[in-house]
Design a protein around this ligand. Structure first.
Ligand code: NDP
Length: 446
């Protein structure tokens, strides 16, 4: 088996040199899916995983824009259309200086499995630009978004490819891109998700990824007869996913101890309550300030410059910032301090070494493709509401989100159950694979 996996990864690597994040994502899937393929005749001789590891289409383009001092700047834009076997391409746009082909291909590959798990008909894609939105004026951001969409618009559409937000792309950026798309196409369609409520957005969409990751943690805890009530939670990040993971965890009676950004983390031993979280949301989302602002208002809390929050003792860890932010050393520290549940809000935040430690120490570990699927699931519900020209209430959307997270948990459990409990990583990979692979087999070699 090891040889088959190694040969497969070597072949993928030859075609994708210098793409470490993409190889990491493919390798993680191959370890659990190839044994499943070997054990199931219907997938033999179809080269199905190799086909899934090759994007259907990659678009790269120039994004020229003018800054406030009149200087012309150039960034690179991307859209990876990975797989459309079960529906139109769907996945976020990331604006961050680190964006490159490897990062977007890993995200697009993960997205294919994630979207399959949601039970909704969505293929997988991802895109973005190596643009750093930090410190840009509102006018600069708008000009950048308009230039980006002036190329992207010809590749997307409500039945073709429906982007959403990701790191650096929130409601404001979606608004500017939607406006430009509408102007260029002269039509009002549900082409992006994460839209404002008054112009086609869905209630609960901003909250969905973070809420969903907490619901997933709760589903995992229930398998051990436990609940979120009274649990200590350590969260990284302070963006969209982290904020709403914190909000739901607080609502369910947990004590949220930390939040972070790329400058460091804050630790509040009394717990971040609703009022304190509202303060964070205000200075992060409106004033766009850094996380250390928190300790000016709440001096009992401490700020740890340049550090990650994983050495704070907790029951539940929720990495909600970025890929590979939690390594083997961090995992060991978390476990030795009593952490027994990890629900990933970010995509691929745990390194392979960290995941190995979680498995070896019986930690309830949910990979992002399962636990953060609530965001794209509610994006799917936004698309449904746009098609129906209708909107569901907050409670209706939240109920659907909770059902979907339960269904994803169930799918992971049924494919990941073993003697030592549920391996959610294996379950998520195989459940996602089966749905997409079966559709690809039915559609022939295309
Ligand atoms: P945001 O841009 O809203 O927030 C990102 C947060 O992560 C910020 O606090 C940011 O800090 C921090 N961060 C980003 N890069 C780094 C880094 N290299 N090191 C340390 N901290 C970093 O993004 P989201 O909350 O939307 O996304 C967070 C994660 O969740 C990503 O992995 C994304 O792919 C994933 N995700 C998002 C979904 C969504 O619906 N938005 C859906 C599913 C997954 P700073 O401001 O200092 O950069």
């Amino acid at each position: 088996m090891e040889k088959i996996i190694t040969n497969f990864l070597q072949e993928v690597n030859q075609r994708n040199t210098n793409e470490p994040e993409f190889m990491q994502a493919v390798s993680e899937v191959a370890q659990t899916v190839i044994p499943y393929i070997v054990a199931n005749d219907i997938y033999h001789g179809k080269n199905i995983l190799m086909r899934m590891a090759e994007p259907e289409r990659v678009v790269m383009f120039r994004v020229p824009w003018i800054d406030d001092s009149g200087e012309i700047r150039v960034n690179r834009g991307y859209r990876i259309e990975m797989n459309s076997a079960i529906g139109p391409y769907k996945g976020g746009l990331r604006f961050h200086e680190s964006v490159n082909l490897s990062i977007l291909k890993f995200l697009a590959f993960e997205q294919v499995f994630k979207n399959a798990l949601t039970t909704l008909p969505m293929g997988g894609g991802k895109g973005g630009a190596d643009f750093n939105p930090k410190g840009k004026s509102d006018a600069e951001l708008m000009r950048f978004c308009q230039s980006f969409m002036t190329e992207l618009f010809r590749h997307i559409g409500p039945n073709r490819d429906i982007p959403a937000g990701d790191i650096g792309v929130g409601g404001r950026e979606i608004g500017y891109m939607f406006g430009q798309y509408k102007r260029l196409k002269n039509e009002f369609t549900g082409v992006l998700t994460g839209k404002g409520i008054s112009w086609g957005g869905s209630l609960i969409r901003p909250e969905a990824t973070g809420y969903g990751a907490v619901y997933f943690a709760q589903n995992m805890l229930e398998t051990r007869g436990a609940s979120s009530e009274g649990k200590k939670v350590v969260i990284s990040g302070s963006g969209n996913v982290a904020q709403y993971a914190a909000e739901k965890a607080i609502q369910l009676g947990s004590k949220v101890l930390t939040m972070s950004d790329s400058s460091g983390f804050i630790h509040d031993p009394d717990g971040i309550d609703e009022e304190k979280l509202a303060f964070i949301m205000q200075f992060k989302n409106v004033r766009r300030q850094r996380i250390h602002k928190y300790v000016e208002q709440y001096p009992k809390a401490s700020f740890h410059k340049g550090e990650k929050p994983w050495r704070v003792s907790c029951d539940i860890a929720m990495p909600c910032a970025t890929q590979n932010e939690l390594d083997g050393v961090d995992a060991n520290i978390l476990i030795s301090n009593g952490c027994y549940c990890v629900s990933e809000g970010a995509n691929m935040p745990s390194t392979p070494e960290a995941i190995l430690h979680f498995h070896n120490n019986n930690v309830l570990y949910a990979p992002g493709k399962a636990s953060n699927a609530g965001g794209v699931a509610v994006s799917g519900l936004e698309m449904a509401q746009n098609s129906l020209r209708y909107s569901w209430t907050r409670d209706e959307v939240d109920q659907r989100l909770q059902h979907i997270m339960k269904d994803i948990h169930q799918a992971c459990a049924s494919y990941g159950k073993g003697k030592e409990g549920i391996n959610y990583e294996k379950g998520a990979n195989i459940a996602g694979f089966v749905k997409v692979a079966d559709a690809m087999l039915a559609q022939g070699v295309v």
